[in-house]
Design a protein around this ligand. Sequence first.
Ligand code: NAD
Ligand code: IPM
Ligand code: MN
Length: 363
Amino acid sequence: MSRHRIAVIPGDGIGREVVPAGLEALHATASRFGISLELDEFGFASAEYWQRHGTMMPADWEETLRGYDAIYFGAVGWPEIVPDHVSLWGSLLQIRRTFDQYVNLRPCRLMPGVRSPLAGREPGDIDFVVVRENTEGEYSSVGGRVFEGTERETVLQETVMTRIGVDRVLRFAYEQAARRPARHITSATKSNGISISMPFWDERVADMAGRFPDVRVDKLHIDALAAQFVLHPERFDVVVASNLFGDILSDLGPACAGTLGIAPSANINPERDHPSLFEPVHGSAPDIAGQGIANPVGQIWCASMMLEHLGHPEAAAHLLGAIEDVLALGPAEAPLTPDLHGKGTTVELARAIADRVRERSPI
Ligand code: NAD
Ligand code: IPM
Ligand code: MN
């Protein structure tokens, strides 16, 4: 029996509601497939921890988390208590960088039973992955602010792209594309306006293309690409993007596929010399936190991605299949949450998926 140690960090807001929901589905899947999990839950990376300690994480967080096989994460951020840039740079962004989780893999799929806001779209029309660069780019601490409070006040924040950093995420994206039937990559650029970093990105995309002759490559400027997501989502297979462009596309894609609430993400360290982190794409959603109506599917799908990463592809596929079965019933038959036009609660939808995990025959 394989055994894995998982660090669980619920975080803030709906993170605390969807993480227990995700764990219910994870436990149901693990026991069905004879996978033994050892879970430890941590209260840091939350506004509550910040209020008590004045930092987002303990000084020894890195040693604490390093020993785990994976991190199962909810969402961080409670801007009423701690400014977002403080809470995020003090937790999630620091974990991504320290553990060199340089790929942020974000699948986007229109699921059966889910209504897209785009007219006439059906399952199969939207099925792509965003591969987001996750440790450099526009998210940089290089810069500063001078002449503060004066008319000459000036702020600078530099984009940082390294050849190693760009090439490694591109290689991952090309490898993904080479394994998918369509074998197609779209690179998000803006080399017409951002005249130093983006032409460099394009150059590296072209260079990597030479090593993957079977993969078709397109590049689209980010503004046009965003429009194409809405107009022709069926044209996308693997979308590779810098940190900021990938962030924006990975909210837009799921919105086109019905709701942000079902979108998962894997912050991966492909070399496996540090734990990878699995979290939904969405945040702590203060506007609905505490109401019990957050969609738990993104968090549950993350459990499937985590099982895949831990070497259990059948269990991962089984859990994703259970999600699909329940969504396919639609809001009249299944306790879907309000973002899916249903009247169900987080707990009811998670229970329905966990039950389905136990009932459905293995693939
Ligand atoms: P958000 O993703 O939390 O919410 C955006 C909108 O989507 C809200 O209307 C929300 O109600 C809805 N939504 C999100 N998840 C949902 C779900 N599971 N079910 C139903 N509806 C859902 O983004 P925001 O409002 O920009 O950010 C809120 C806080 O979360 C901020 O502090 C932000 O910095 C933080 N944040 C954290 C992460 C993370 O930890 N990975 C990601 C994004 C935002
Ligand atoms: C995400 C989030 C984070 C990001 C924020 C909260 C810093 O939006 O994971 O997509 O921009 O990476
Ligand atoms: Mn985001």
